[in-house]
Design a protein around this ligand. Structure first.
Ligand SMILES: Nc1ncnc2c1ncn2[C@@H]1O[C@H](COP(=O)(O)OP(=O)(O)OP(=O)(O)O)[C@@H](O)[C@H]1O
Ligand SMILES: [Mg+2]
Length: 564
């Protein structure tokens, strides 16, 4: 164990750039960030040695995650917790402060929220970049950036930072990114917006950072009225209604049921639609002059968004969560219901009801109950720790290393180990390839959907070609010019999957720039995918599929399709 320390010490005297070149640059960090990243390696080593001498080295000890972020720890941050119900002006208040700061960062859980914030700041003449895993819209001279939380920058110094929907640090899969932003962002002021249920946990977590924490509570700005009468029939649908359901199939069924009455047209929003399509569908619904006056959506609309909804109608109060069909939780009901009657929208009073009367009691009960207090926040070892651990166990696969962390990680009671099932699934595949650890890690944290055959085969193909040749031309896996408007639900689903593969290519191209050189082509094909999907939604979405000649599926080359 001591050997590792000596090796690293030696490296820090003689070979700093080597460790960094091997492990940090591939992630697309600039030199300033490399220094920050190295500082964190150095600090981790010191924090792991302190008190235990050089003999005892336990990288699975994750009890002091605040020490992973040396830059943030140099400051006493002024932390303001903006908490209250939905539609109470929490985000607005934090953004007003961000707008007047000399430099800043907004971190949100959804691309749509980051996009809204970048638009708002730029409109207010505060230049603001938009950065998500797959997008970099940079504005000349910008000192502000709106990002999705996974892209939170923990190696720059900001005047002001905002983390929106902070209660998501309790999320099993994405919570660790919120924890990372909470502990790691270096800013004079850090504004956290969210549910009051997160307050005690955050106060406890920040006790060890020495930050100055204040809580600011909010009340709802406009009323939300739970109705005693269910919708009953689709003939009672009105302009401004949003009907919520949780399966893709049900979304199309409801759209058809509503549109076939000839009075309303529906925009739709659900998770596996391309983000840009979701944005355009939401924008079209928000636009009072558009004929698409009803929204049919999944819980993809359930967080922080400002939509022109007058009434939320739950078509069901149950959701399949991957394991079982369960009742919606109190926070889920409140978040979704909270989209109705947004302050400043054309509907000053929001209403909420269900399709069926039997669901009303659960709706009413959930809206009255406080959300359960958060007990712990997600945590996941960063690459530095995994790398150092791998030096002690050079024969271990990435899967083996992650599994070891999972079994042996020691955490304080404020944290839980993130659910890394998806990462482990990718690791099983990637470990077969002759790649270095940081390359494997990169593929493992990429936004691949391993439950989608085409998406997972796309990842395998990219990683295989990369390991063989070091360069991945998009044309090896995808033939441009072959995309068509889908004519069936199956073809639509396939196009959504192809979009995911192209999206993955763009994501990789931002991190392995020279090896994935066709970003522009991938991005333009992605845009075509979403246009074709939108055309389907507008023209064909609710019509019966016509039984006609079979069209070939030439979009992905045989290497991928043959294994789908
Ligand atoms: N002081 C204000 N002046 C003008 N508009 C405001 C003000 N406060 C809030 N709003 C507007 O009210 C709407 C709701 O505010 P905001 O999005 O900040 O609520 P929130 O509490 O963050 O809700 P959620 O919990 O759903 O994210 C937004 O459209 C926002 O621009
Ligand atoms: Mg908000």
């Amino acid at each position: 164990m001591a050997l590792l320390l000596l090796r690293n010490r030696k490296a820090s005297a003689l070979g700093i750039p080597r460790i960094l070149r091997d492990n940090v640059e591939p992630f697309g960090l600039n030199s300033e960030k490399i220094i920050g990243a190295f500082a964190s390696v150095d600090v981790i080593i010191r924090s792991y040695c302190s008190g235990s001498g050089m003999k005892k080295f336990d990288f699975t000890d994750l009890t002091r995650p605040h020490t992973w972020y040396p830059l943030a720890r140099k400051k006493v941050r002024k932390v303001i917790l903006h908490v209250g119900p939905t539609n109470s002006g929490k985000t607005h208040q934090a953004l007003s402060r961000l707008e007047s700061s000399s430099s800043g960062i907004y971190c949100g859980p959804l691309r749509l929220l980051a996009w809204e914030v970048a638009k708002r700041l730029n409109k207010a003449n505060v230049s603001c970049d938009l950065i998500t895993g797959q997008e970099r819209e940079e504005v000349d001279g910008a000192k502000h950036r709106a990002v999705t939380v996974e892209m939170a920058d923990v190696v720059s110094d900001y005047d002001c930072a905002v983390i929106d929907e902070i209660q998501m640090l309790g999320c099993k899969t994405r919570g660790f990114s919120f924890t990372r932003a909470l502990l790691g962002i270096c800013a004079n002021e850090l504004h956290l917006c969210g549910d009051p249920a997160a307050v005690p946990l955050i106060q406890q977590i920040l006790q060890v950072t020495g930050d100055d924490v204040k809580v600011q509570s909010y009340e709802r700005l406009s009323p939300l009225v739970p109705l005693n009468v269910p919708l009953g029939s689709f003939s009672n649908i009105q302009t401004g209604d949003c009907i919520v359901t949780f399966s893709r199939h049900a979304i199309y069924r409801l759209k058809k049921a509503i549109e076939s009455r000839g009075k309303h047209l529906c925009s739709i929003v659900y998770g596996s639609l391309p983000p840009e399509t979701r944005t355009r569908q939401a924008t079209r619904f928000n636009d009072a002059s558009s004929e698409f006056d009803v929204l049919v959506a999944s819980d993809a609309i359930g967080m922080g968004l400002n939509l022109n909804i007058s009434r939320i109608i739950f078509s069901t109060m149950k959701k399949f969560d991957g394991v079982e069909l369960r009742d919606l939780t109190v926070p889920e009901v409140k978040q979704i219901a909270g989209r109705a009657g947004r302050y400043g929208s054309k509907f000053p009073v929001g209403e909420v009801t269900c399709l069926d009367s039997e669901d009303l009691p659960l709706l009413h009960k959930s809206l009255l109950e406080p959300s359960p207090m958060l007990e712990s926040a997600g945590l996941f070892p960063n690459f530095d720790l995994i790398y150092m651990y791998s030096r002690l166990h050079p024969d271990s696969s990435l899967y083996g290393i992650l599994e070891h962390f999972l079994e042996n990680a020691k955490l304080s009671e404020n944290y839980f180990f993130a659910n890394c099932e998806e990462v482990l699934k990718v690791a099983t595949v990637i470990d077969q390839l002759p790649l270095r650890l940081h390359e494997k890690y990169l593929f493992c944290i990429s936004p691949v959907d391993m439950n989608d055959d085409i998406s997972s085969q796309g990842l395998t193909q990219f990683a295989t070609n990369y390991s063989k040749k070091g360069i991945v031309q998009l044309r090896e896996i995808f033939t441009p010019g072959t995309l068509q408007v889908p004519k069936t639900q199956a073809a639509l689903r396939e196009l959504e999957s192809i979009h995911k593969v192209l999206d993955l290519y763009v994501w990789l191209s931002f991190r392995l720039e020279e090896s994935f050189p066709d970003r522009e082509l991938a991005a333009s094909q992605k845009a075509i995918c979403s246009m074709l999907i939108e055309e389907f939604l507008e023209r064909l979405g609710w019509q019966k599929p016509r039984v006609k000649k079979v069209t070939p599926r030439p979009k992905l080359n045989s290497a991928v399709v043959s294994r789908c």
